[in-house]
Design a protein around this ligand. Structure first.
Ligand SMILES: [Mg+2]
Length: 429
């Protein structure tokens, strides 16, 4: 296949807010633009966001606050406690702004979204990237970087390059990938964890180019199917589906545009409950707990007359990944933000302020994760759904109806790796 043919194919965009939490604080404190700013985790424990200027001072991500107090004082760094209500709301505004330009965005985390760019959009990738960057900044005050490439994993690489340069980077199918990927350490590849990076280093695989060239059988045996799919993506073959995305460090999101508009409160509540279940399942799969939940509902941006957009969030006293508990919280928030008389087009659930299981701080309150019966129940639920397909077993709140909100899948990519009929084609020169 010649590169001129393949360059007409689909591209993926990744829009990522720069130093998101720090940028949110700067929106309301314009005097702090261009100055060092850091944001602290719950209880002001450690650094979870740094403005570019704070990064330059060498303040490490995740460092305990007390350890960097010297630098902070010496350089007059402004310190904020985390304000997830603000970040959740600005996140919704950033996403809404992007949707006016690319309606099919897939929000991936609190500050990132993928944009599927089929042929027509891909042709104008540079122009779209520049428009996204300018418009989001103008409308929300949040600076973003845009990376565009043939797969999600390569879009992540493009986004890193964008961040270091002009804020925009487009890598088409004929980009010099060997040169680019040779400079990316394996540990920086999207979805490759520290343990896997170590395993790769032992096998002499140190950069993304070497990883992409590794033997398929070796990859599947040593890094499971997920690692092999990542290698395919680095070769320019889309292989990771929307349900298989690695868990972002900051937040887990489950959202969808509905096939048909929803006028009915109970149907919308069912959608929210189902998205909550999906997000909780992902947290359990990845061994994470959430300490915050946000619900977002909105009408279509193309309906001029009756628009309604609202986000509500709630901080949890203890981290949890218990579906039942989270659905209960979600229902409360939903009741608060729901307004009747609108035709809803999209809803989403975001779990944020994440910590790994086992890092829960001591508390007098019983932690939902600590109840062995509940943990068994969730493990059994996941096992059954793994075996018989998602949704085989679910909570009553998710509904038993036709689920109109499930229908729209216009941009579903083929199941390259699990269905014989949808295998990715390989071409020999
Ligand atoms: Mg970011």
């Amino acid at each position: 296949m010649s590169s001129s043919t393949s360059s007409k194919g689909q591209l993926w965009g990744l829009v990522d807010c720069n130093s998101f939490y720090a940028s949110c604080e700067q929106v309301f404190r314009p005097d702090l633009r261009g100055k060092p700013v850091v944001v602290l985790s719950n209880n002001d424990g450690c650094i979870i966001a740094r403005s570019a200027e704070a990064k330059k001072l060498g303040i490490p991500m995740g460092e305990a606050f007390f350890k960097v107090q010297g630098v902070i004082k010496a350089h007059n760094v402004t310190v904020f406690s985390s304000n997830f209500a603000l970040y959740g709301d600005l996140s919704a505004r950033v996403m809404a702004t992007m949707e006016t330009i690319c309606p099919e965005i897939e929000q991936y985390s609190i500050d990132e979204a993928f944009i599927p760019m089929p042929g027509a959009l891909a042709v104008n990738a540079e122009e779209i990237a520049a428009t996204l960057k300018q418009t989001v900044y103008r409308w929300t005050g949040i600076p973003v970087s845009v990376g565009i490439a043939p797969t999600r994993t390569l879009a992540k690489v493009a986004n890193h390059i964008a961040k270091k340069g002009t804020g925009v980077c487009v890598l088409r199918h004929d980009a010099p990938f060997q040169e680019i990927l040779s400079k990316v350490p394996v540990g920086d590849i999207w979805g490759i964890g520290r343990r896997q990076a170590l395993k790769l280093a032992c096998a002499g695989i140190r950069n993304a180019w070497q990883f992409a060239q590794a033997d398929n059988n070796w990859l599947r045996k040593n890094l499971t199917v997920t690692g092999w799919k990542t290698a395919l993506e680095l070769r320019g073959i889309p292989a990771i589906g929307e349900d298989e995305l690695p868990t972002p460090r900051k937040s887990v999101l489950s959202s969808r545009s509905f096939g048909e508009k929803i006028h009915d409160k109970s149907l919308l509540a069912e959608a929210v409950a189902s998205f909550t279940a999906r997000a909780a399942e992902r947290m359990r799969r990845d061994g994470m707990l959430a300490r915050g939940i946000a619900i977002h509902i909105r009408t279509s941006y193309f309906d001029d007359q009756h628009q309604y957009v609202q986000t509500g969030q709630h901080s949890l006293q203890m981290g949890t990944n218990d579906t039942c508990f989270l659905q209960h919280e979600a229902a409360h928030i939903f009741d608060d933000i729901y307004k009747s008389g609108f035709a809803y087009a999209k809803a989403g659930v975001m779990l944020y302020d994440l910590i790994p299981v086992g890092q829960q701080q001591c508390s007098l309150l019983p932690a939902p994760e600590a109840d062995p019966k509940r943990m068994d129940l969730m493990a059994t639920l996941d096992k059954i759904n793994d075996k018989h397909g998602r949704g085989s077993l679910k909570f009553g709140a998710e509904g038993l109806t036709g689920q109109v909100w499930k229908i729209k899948q216009n941009n579903l990519s083929p199941r390259f790796t699990t269905e014989w009929d949808e295998l990715a084609p390989a071409y020999c020169k």
